[in-house]
Design a binder for this molecule. Sequence first.
Ligand SMILES: *Cc1c(COP(=O)(O)O)cnc(C)c1O
Length: 220
Amino acid sequence: MCELHQRWKTLWNRIDHAVAQCGRPKGSVRLLAVSKFQSTDAIRALYELGQRDFGENYVQEALQKQAKLCDLKDLNWHFIGPVQRNKTLAIATHFDWVHSVDRFLIAQRLSEQRPEKLTPLQICLQVNVDAEDSKSGCKPDEVQSLVEAIMPLPAISLRGFMSIPAPGHIQTFSVLSSLIQQWPSMDTLSMGMSDDLEDAIRAGSTWVRVGTALFGKRAH
Ligand SMILES: *Cc1c(COP(=O)(O)O)cnc(C)c1O
């Protein structure tokens, strides 16, 4: 068995085990394969194993990969990096999900620029729960007003929240899962990466975003 296949199996064992341990239904956690700096060959190999959702952090890199993989019709592309305002048109046109919306202006531009022939862009609001200067995300006390402003935008669908906790801050996950209770229309918590996905799943994650544990160490 090739290394990628082995890591894929090990990773799904971890996910399934965590899901079962906390009594959540099978299939309630989905895997987003974070393919930044990974080759299109590696993405194809994962596609062969059944993976359909891929996460990218950089627009230029993602568009190049999408062009090379355009024969795979049922791939879903997720943007998970900081969104610059001059990149919103490319993101609105070439992605299915954006996990990293953190201000109204970005949401508004994504909605305005989403091509009419496409279904609404699925988005998560990134929340900087631990207030780290180095990370993007809105402040927790901005969430309420941002949700209210973003929800009515016509060409996007606000599905939930995303967070990248400070190292070891697993309580961040439960902050998000209590926050989302306020809005019954939202169903998505994008949280948990290679090192902390079990804690995130226990707290209610619905997308785990995994790079290293799946593809191996990144070149960068
Ligand atoms: C790179 C990245 C990941 C994946 O991290 P790993 O530790 O390699 O699993 C997840 N989320 C975001 C936002 C990332 O930038």
